[in-house]
Design a protein around this ligand. Structure first.
Ligand code: AMP
Length: 397
């Protein structure tokens, strides 16, 4: 059984065709510059050469048509006909307070995606375009929405409510949602399986450390707390996002620099984080190199990033009254042994002990703590596409 996974951005469309019999990727690819001059589709069939199509893609409908053509291409294709595709799974950013689980796309679901445009102004419109393009290109095939906010929807009220007048929750659904939910769901589930933990009771902290970074606490796979909020700006320090900040900073910059709130929010989203602190880069490899060459600001940015992760782990351990496993994932978490070790150096009070040899690993499931460690520390590569495909299969079976 084959599932097509689609992840639409405003001018991009990423896809993977996954064979659910062995969970292998049959083909994957990316449409870039949709609606802009110079549109390009890069199609990568497993075990074959890349195939590039440069044709105008005025919208996501044309993009999905070209993806389906590439998948069925006599030379570069991997299927004879779209009949082989059982269903399509879509990454959808925001479901507001409406859904806490993936669901089959219906008119009601599409209405919710539309209602949530203000909560996900960049992503939800693109996600809806992707769904409508697949409906038009493959009529009658089930489409499934897998929400990035679903995992965080299981948080209890005390974790998701902001301490602001309740009318704003009631009027505008202003609350904490959490993002990277599909990754947190996948990694916490894999950590339980790989670590041989109790699926009902395991207390797991997942550190998703990439250009965007977030951290979650879950018990038996159910989210207890997560660091991102109404938007993905809250929480950890990120590549270009500030993470937690006193909101009065916004007012102060507005008043002193003559900027609007929107302009300052743009600075907090795109020019802050380790990039803003260091003035060097948002890329952790560049920062590491600059710090090693003696750049003080780059070192402070890295130290602050690690310090914030360690503080959240402490807070989430308190929230769960303990922790059985800590899992690192995403670009930095999967590849950077120094960051993993530096975070864990703060956790001696929990009995965390890293095994340097075991920590010398990249991109595969691994236990990186020593046999004596009181908490299992793991590296679990995230795989949001596979998580979406599994959710899609679950809903169509
Ligand atoms: P992601 O957003 O998950 O794709 O992660 C991207 C981030 O991972 C970038 O900042 C990269 O610099 C970082 N990254 C990837 N490989 C490494 C590495 N070997 N060491 C440190 N950071 C890395």
């Amino acid at each position: 059984m084959k599932i097509l996974v689609v992840n639409c951005g405003s001018s991009s469309l990423k896809y993977q065709l996954i064979d659910m019999d062995n969970e292998g990727v049959i083909a994957k690819g990316l449409c870039e510059r949709i609606g802009i001059d110079g549109s390009k589709l890069t199609h990568q069939p497993a075990g074959k050469d890349k195939f590039v199509v440069e044709k105008p893609m005025p919208d996501h409908h044309v993009a999905i048509e070209l993806v389906l053509e590439a998948l069925q291409d006599p030379e570069h294709g991997v299927i004879a006909s779209t009949d082989e595709i059982t269903a399509i799974g879509h990454r959808v950013l925001h479901a507001g307070t409406k859904y806490s689980d993936s669901c089959l796309v219906t008119d009601d679901v599409k209405a919710v995606i539309r209602e949530c445009f203000p909560l996900g102004p960049l992503h939800n419109p693109a996600n809806l375009m992707g769904i409508e393009a697949c409906e038009a290109a493959m009529p009658g095939k089930p489409n499934v929405a897998v929400w990035d906010t679903a995992f965080g929807m299981k948080m209890p009220e005390k974790a998701y409510m902001y301490a602001i007048p309740k009318e704003y929750l009631e009027k505008y659904s202003i609350r904490r949602y959490g993002f990277h939910g599909t990754s947190h769901m996948f990694v916490s589930g894999e950590a339980i399986k790989f670590g041989g933990l109790d699926p009902e009771k395991a207390k797991v902290i997942v550190c998703h450390l990439g250009n965007g970074a977030s951290i979650s606490a879950s018990i038996g796979g159910k989210c207890v707390d997560t660091s991102m909020g109404l938007t993905p700006l809250e929480g950890l320090i990120m590549g270009t996002r500030s993470g937690d900040i006193d909101p009065a900073v916004v007012q102060f910059i507005c008043n002193n620099e003559g900027k609007t709130v929107d302009e300052v929010l743009n600075i907090l989203n795109k020019k802050s984080g380790v990039l803003g602190m260091s003035g060097v880069s948002s890329d952790f490899r560049d920062l590491g190199a600059a710090a090693e060459a003696g750049n003080h600001d780059a070192q402070v940015a890295l130290d602050a990033f690690i310090y914030r992760v360690a503080k959240y782990i402490g807070a989430y351990t308190a929230a769960m009254n303990g922790v059985d496993a800590i899992a690192f994932t995403a670009g930095v978490g999967e590849n950077d042994k120094k960051t993993r070790k530096a975070v864990c150096a703060y956790l001696g009070y929990l009995g965390v002990e890293i095994d340097d040899e075991a920590n010398d690993v990249r991109g595969k499931n691994a236990v990186i703590s020593s046999a004596n460690s009181k908490v299992k520390v793991m590296l679990i590569p995230t795989n949001e596409e596979l998580a979406i495909a599994r959710e899609t299969l679950r809903l169509v079976q």
